[in-house]
Design a binder for this molecule. Structure first.
Ligand code: CAA
Length: 255
């Protein structure tokens, strides 16, 4: 499939997906969701890809859902547009491989919701973050009300959601919204380095650790521990044997 909005580049087991609609600050429209859905399916089917990175072209990561597309929607269409975004971002969480947001600039509204659908976030020092929907008389629609409070806690989430204020990268780091801040020109190199580190690890172990951790946070502690034991056991006589034997023989594992 040819994509209009998304560009995809696969090298060294890492897929970089770039949202390339800078004239609208990469605002998310229906076409974006169709293309992203397709890319998630294609990358999930490619067992050589071990990490996916999502970034934006130009001065924005994503400045939100496309206001020009939303303006004429009926309440029913609005609800469907919300479900569409929620489902696609949930699919990112459900991908077996880790997905990293490379936040190069504005991550607002639906853009921050996209970033929060990724497994973790690395930001340029120039990035700005916000849930400005209340400025428009709206509320978030792509699970921002649910993920933000889970990531940063209720009070910081409600501060951002009710004031609509933008915060800078250092404040985002302080509240745990992003995991690392780097200079803009180093952003992609740094993220590719992190992705390369992940790609060098036991590929099944990485997939399983994401699954068990994500499943666990939606389960009780005891259910999560049961799942962990089961998946821990399943790595023996498989990739785990390769990794442990390599350690004891003082060499790198050949996964
Ligand atoms: N939707 C559609 N178009 C957008 C957009 C959006 N979310 N954000 C920016 N654009 C467009 C602008 O309309 C403008 O287009 P024109 O050149 O055709 O006029 C172009 O992108 C450049 O934007 P600005 O001229 O505004 O750039 P700026 O540097 O002066 O300001 C900004 C940057 C502060 C990010 C400003 O663009 C802005 O406030 N954008 C809207 C942010 C927002 O409210 N996001 C939430 C959307 S609602 C949502 O996301 C709901 C949800 O959860 C599902």
């Amino acid at each position: 499939m040819n994509y209009n909005i998304l560009k995809i580049d696969i090298a060294d087991k890492i897929a970089v997906v770039t949202i390339d609609r800078p004239e609208a600050l990469n605002a998310l429209n229906s076409e974006f969701f169709k293309e992203m859905d397709d890319i998630i399916a294609n990358i999930s089917a490619d067992k050589d890809v071990r990490v996916m990175i999502i970034t934006g072209m130009g001065k924005a990561f994503v400045a939100g859902a496309d206001i020009a597309e939303m303006i004429d929607m009926t309440p029913e269409q609005g609800t469907s547009f919300s479900k569409l975004g929620q489902n696609v971002f949930r699919s990112l969480e459900k991908m077996e491989i880790p997905v990293i947001a490379a936040i190069n600039g504005f991550a607002l509204g639906g853009g921050l919701e996209l970033a929060m659908g990724c497994d973790f976030r690395i930001a340029s020092s120039k990035a700005k973050f916000g849930q400005p929907e209340v400025n428009l008389g709206m509320i978030p629609g792509y699970a921002g009300t649910q993920r933000l409070s889970r990531l940063v806690g209720l009070a910081d989430a409600l501060y951002m959601l009710t004031t609509g204020e933008m915060i800078g990268a250092q404040d985002a780091l302080r509240i745990g919204l992003v995991q690392k801040v780097v200079e803009p020109e180093q952003l992609m190199d740094e993220i590719k380095k992190i992705a390369g580190t992940i790609a060098s690890k036991g590929p099944t172990a990485v997939r399983k650790v994401k699954y068990v951790t994500r499943k666990g946070i939606l389960s009780t502690f005891d259910e999560g521990c049961d799942l962990e034991s089961e998946y821990f056991g399943s790595q023996f006589k498989a990739e785990g044997e390769v990794g442990m034997r390599a350690f004891l023989e003082k060499r790198k594992p050949d996964w």
